[in-house]
Design a protein around this ligand. Structure first.
Ligand code: SAM
Length: 285
C-alpha cells in the first residue's frame, strides 16, 4: 500500500494475542505519515512484532483535546494519520473522540480499519443470545453506584455488557448477586486470546462461587455480560439471599432458616420458603 490519501485511519489493535492483527492494519501503520498512539511503549511492541517503522505521537485521555487541532491541521495539509489505542478498537472505552470529531468537522475522511474489540469478542464466544445488546463501558467505582445501575437494569429486556478490572471483579459480582435473581445467567470473559483465557456462562451464584474460590479467576481483564430478563426465571430470590439461605439450612430447620433469612435479607417469606423446600428436596434425592 502506498500513497495513502489524507485520511484519519482508526485502527483496531490486538487485545492479547499479537497475531490478531490484519494485513491491512499492518499496511496502514506502515504507510501513514504518523501513528497517534495512546501508549507509545505498547505501540512500539506491536510495531516491532510486525517490523513497522513509523513516527509515533502520544495521544491519550489527558492531552487529546490539546493535540487534536494540531493533528487535524496535518491531515488538512495532506497528511495521513493512524489512531491506535492500548488494545482493541479506539474510542470503545478509549481515547479518540475529540480527534475524530474535529477531523470530520474539517471535512477529513475518517476510515475504520476494523479488528479486535473485547466486548464483541466476549459476546461472540459467550453463548448468550446477542441479537440485541447494550454496552455500559466501565461501571462506577463504588458499590452504591453499581447497585443503583443494577437496580435500573433489573428488568431490562436487552442483554447488556460492561468492562471490569481485576481489582473490582469480585466486589462487582457480589453487587450483581445482591440485586439480580440467583438464576439470572451472566457470562464473564477473562483474558481473552491470552494463555489464561476463561469464558464462563452460568447463573450469577455459580460464577460468584467460582471467582470467590479461585484467586486466579480474579486476575486479568474482564468483560461481563448480563443476560436479558426475558429468559425464564427459575427462582426470584437474589444470589445473596440464596447463599444465606443455603448456609442457614445446614444448621437450622426449614422454618427457622426461612425466618432468619427473611430477617437478614428482608426478602419475601413465600419465595424464601419455596426455595428452602427446593434445596432440601434436592438434597434428599
Ligand atoms: N478499546 C478496547 C476494546 O475495543 O475492547 C477496550 C479498552 S478498555 C480501556 C480495556 C478493557 O477492555 C479492560 O479493562 C477489559 O475490561 C476489556 N478487555 C480488554 N482486553 C481484554 C481481554 N483480552 N479479555 C477480557 N477483557 C478485555
Amino acid at each position: 500500500m502506498a500513497n495513502l490519501d489524507n485520511r484519519l485511519y482508526i485502527v483496531a489493535t490486538p487485545i492479547g494475542n499479537l497475531a490478531d492483527f490484519s494485513y491491512r492494519a499492518v499496511e496502514v501503520l506502515r504507510s501513514v505519515d504518523c501513528i497517534a498512539a495512546e501508549d507509545t511503549r505498547r505501540a512500539r511492541l506491536l510495531m516491532q512484532h510486525y517490523g513497522i517503522q513509523n513516527k509515533l505521537i502520544s495521544v491519550h485521555d489527558h492531552n487529546e483535546e490539546f493535540k487534536a487541532p494540531e493533528l487535524v491541521k496535518q491531515l488538512i495539509s495532506g497528511g495521513s494519520i493512524a489512531l491506535i489505542s492500548d488494545a482493541g478498537t479506539p474510542l470503545i472505552s478509549d481515547p479518540g473522540l475529540p480527534l475524530v470529531r474535529l477531523a470530520k468537522e474539517a471535512g477529513v475522511v475518517v476510515s475504520p480499519v476494523p479488528g479486535a474489540c473485547a466486548l464483541v469478542a466476549a459476546l461472540s464466544a459467550s453463548g448468550v443470545a446477542v441479537s440485541r445488546f447494550s454496552f455500559e463501558g466501565f461501571l462506577g467505582r463504588t458499590s452504591s453506584s453499581r447497585r443503583a445501575l443494577f437496580t435500573e437494569k433489573l428488568n431490562d429486556s436487552t442483554t447488556w455488557v460492561f468492562y471490569e478490572s481485576s481489582h473490582r471483579i469480585l466486589a462487582c459480582l457480589h453487587d450483581l448477586a445482591a440485586i439480580f435473581p440467583a438464576e439470572r445467567k451472566i457470562a464473564i470473559a477473562r483474558e481473552m486470546t491470552k494463555v489464561y483465557e476463561t469464558i464462563i456462562y452460568a447463573p450469577i451464584h455459580e460464577v460468584l462461587s467460582l471467582v470467590e474460590d479461585d484467586k486466579n479467576m480474579r486476575k486479568g481483564e474482564f468483560v461481563v455480560i448480563v443476560e436479558s430478563c426475558t429468559v425464564k426465571k427459575v427462582s426470584e430470590i437474589s444470589a445473596e439471599q440464596l447463599r444465606i439461605l443455603t448456609i442457614l439450612l445446614k444448621k437450622q430447620t426449614v422454618k427457622e432458616a426461612v425466618a432468619l433469612a427473611v430477617e437478614i435479607t428482608a426478602g419475601s417469606k413465600k419465595l424464601l420458603y419455596r426455595e428452602a423446600l427446593r434445596i432440601t428436596q434436592a438434597k434428599s434425592e
